[in-house]
Design a protein around this ligand. Structure first.
Ligand code: OXT
Ligand code: ADP
Ligand code: MG
Length: 568
């Protein structure tokens, strides 16, 4: 190597790393291999945190949730074709959930791919990614890396956030250019997600409709949590006096124990409200599309606050659309309300409080159930207290019964502390989201996982041990999907929904040097989780749940199509 060349030349590898650093991206979630192994090594050498996973989908879920938690795009780095495809599910998931994420994939040479000559891991990745993400770009020349990354960042975080694909062909990394020109080619993205100020007319219209309500309701969605306008939202809700219903990942934006929280009176408020203000929540399947039985008979008016204009009227008429970023919109509401506001009729708020108290009282004795094997409520009663004691801890949650019951039982107290399956109800987010949550926030993580759900990303317990993360995984082991009791009457094969009975998932954690515990009673579970929260050591608790305790598909069994010919 000639003396001095290092100062004078740069290459694709270094430009990618410099461009990331210039834009404050300091973590990459990846799985190494051709052609990006050295990129990971060099990034690590340059001070970027490079977290290596066992499967790209988990690295992708980590990147997506990192984006949600930080409002900066989470970056996932994969190899070509199969690695890219493994990461693509997570990219589509990020887009669906409005998480800013960039999937950076190495790819094969254009000349060979385009003539379909059978390159190593040949695939037209850009074309495949395009329909599954918000934007997709390819960089062919080293001098365009800065612009390419700038476009990717802007596309991921501006407007409605989402997933962006960035295709970097192998040849790009080795391309050399003058270090000086390289430096100048980089772009620091200014004001990547500019404030989107709502029109004053839309603000007035919305507040007029809300003011006219007899039975108003505010629904907070994960967009409101993402916005990080926590104080403004709290003031608005409190000033308005309107009951609020948090969607699952908006739990904790205001505490679930807040006197205005209607989480425990969900069906009542949906049915009986006359005006509903949606803040960062879509009227998709999770809200029964804003119509039908769960919304009751009485006519309803919808106000919707969203950054995406095309979300308005997607399912029902929105009488007061407010397009803007939630921080700006809610502060405009607060300003307009400063001159005076009348709380909703006490009849309404009292009816909700009493419904809520009734439901809470109905649930309370179930949470004390001390039997062994445990049922869901007995085990969740323990975990509810853990989060109460450690409100800064992050709860990751997936499964069917494990998800639906934990959502109802475990109160959240702080914003962005509950990370779950999101809009698609996808299994497999568990370990990726847990790892990113621990790394990005520095807080302990409690991952409450169905045994099936855990299986989708279970190998990442090695990753958790390798990086020595403060993650406590609790597996609700009921021997299967929904229940462990199904029997196949036709032949010797096990039923399609059951797993090996009495499996010991705790031993997986022990295999990598973490703490494994088998818990067969609420007392044992309590001891083990408290120990894990105190020690911060990677821990996996196999919580033995009665195989008969769950129900088909948890709380969404109604979505299963029925055969008239075959009885269950
Ligand atoms: O008002 P009412 O009376 O109605 O009462 C409500 C509240 O008011 C009340 N409540 C309370 N009461 C008292 N106290 C408190 N604190 C309280 N809070 C609330 O409780 C009720 C219910 O309230 P909730 O929960 O708010 O309301 P509800 O009606 O449930 O809300 C409706 C929804 C739709 C918003 C809600 O249900 C929801 O968010 N659902 C999400 C469901 C979801 O996404 N599920 C995951 C997918 S299921 C299925 O697809 C599975 N698969 C297939 C598969 C998937 N998903 N992905 C991939 C990649 N491949 C395959 C699989 C394989 S699940 C699954 C594995 C399952 O097995 P596991 O072993 O993992 O799990 P187990 O089931 O445990 O075995
Ligand atoms: P949930 O599942 O909690 O109901 P959704 O994912 O359906 O929430 O909805 C989130 C909504 O929030 C999306 O429509 C998205 O456009 C919107 N959103 C995301 N970030 C912002 C923001 N900063 N300002 C306004 N709206 C936002
Ligand atoms: Mg299960």
């Amino acid at each position: 190597e000639a003396p001095g060349t290092e100062q004078e030349l740069t290459d694709g590898f270094h430009l990618v790393i410099d461009a990331l650093k210039l834009n404050g991206i300091n973590t990459i979630y990846n799985v190494p291999g051709i052609p990006i192994t050295d990129l990971g090594r060099m990034a690590q050498a340059e001070g970027i945190r490079v977290i290596s996973f066992r499967h790209e989908q988990n690295a992708g879920y980590a990147a997506g949730i990192a984006g949600y938690l930080t409002k900066k795009p989470g970056v996932c780095l994969t190899v070509s074709a199969p690695g890219f495809l493994n990461g693509l599910t997570a990219l589509a998931h990020a887009t669906t959930n409005c998480y800013p994420m960039i999937l950076v994939s190495g790819s094969s040479e254009r000349e060979i791919v385009d003539l379909q000559q059978g390159d190593y891991e040949e695939m037209d990745q850009l074309a495949i990614a395009k329909p599954l993400c918000k934007a997709a770009y390819r960089v062919l020349h080293a001098q365009d890396i800065g612009i390419g990354l700038a476009r990717a960042i802007r596309a991921a975080v501006s407007g409605r956030p989402g997933g962006v694909y960035l295709d970097l062909p192998a040849k790009l990394f080795g391309q050399v250019m003058s270090a000086d020109a390289g430096q100048k080619s980089l772009v620091k993205v200014i004001d990547a997600a500019p404030a989107q100020i709502p029109s004053p007319a839309s603000v007035k219209r919305a507040l007029d409709v809300l003011k006219g309500a007899k039975r108003p309701l505010i629904i907070l969605g994960k967009g409101a949590a993402y916005a990080q306008a926590d104080e403004e939202i709290k003031s608005f809700v409190e000033k308005s006096g309107v009951p609020f219903l948090p969607m699952s990942m908006a739990k904790g934006l205001l505490p679930d124990t807040h006197p205005q929280c209607a989480g425990a009176a969900r069906s009542t408020v949906l049915k009986e409200s006359d005006v509903v203000m949606l803040i960062g929540a879509r009227l998709n399947w999770l809200l029964s599309h804003g119509k039908g039985k769960s919304w009751g008979e009485a006519p309803k008016k919808f106000i919707q606050v969203d950054i995406e204009p095309r979300e308005m009227d997607s399912n029902v008429e929105i009488v007061a659309p407010v397009v803007g970023d939630i921080g700006s919109v809610v502060s405009a509401f607060n300003q307009a309300m400063a001159s005076g506001w009348t709380a909703p009729p006490a009849e309404w708020t009292k009816a909700i409080s009493s419904k809520r108290e009734e439901n809470v009282a109905k649930m309370a004795p179930k949470l004390m159930n001390n039997k062994s094997p445990m049922d869901y409520h007995g085990a969740l009663g323990v975990l509810k207290n853990v989060i109460k004691e450690y409100p800064e801890a992050i709860l990751v949650n997936e499964g069917a019964n494990t998800l639906d019951l934990a959502r109802g039982v475990i109160d959240m107290y702080r914003p962005r502390k509950r990370l779950d399956v999101g809009t698609w109800g996808v299994m497999g987010i568990g370990m990726g989201q847990a790892i990113a949550a621990a790394l990005e926030t520095g807080h302990p993580v409690l991952a409450v996982e169905g045994d099936s759900a855990f299986g989708f990303s279970g190998m990442e317990v090695e990753t958790i041990c390798r990086y020595n993360l403060p993650i406590c995984v609790v597996i609700f082991n009921n021997d299967g999907i929904y229940r462990g009791t199904d029997v196949n009457g036709a032949n010797a094969d096990p039923a399609t929904t059951v797993f090996v009975k009495g499996a010991r998932y705790d031993k997986m954690m022990e295999a990598f040097g973490g703490v494994g515990v088998n818990a067969t009673s609420p007392d044992e579970l309590k001891r083990a989780v408290n120990e894990a929260m105190k020690s911060g050591k990677p821990t996996l608790i196999n919580a033995v749940i009665d195989p008969a305790a769950g129900s088909e598909s948890g709380r969404i069994g109604n979505l299963n199509p029925q055969s008239v010919l075959q009885k269950k």
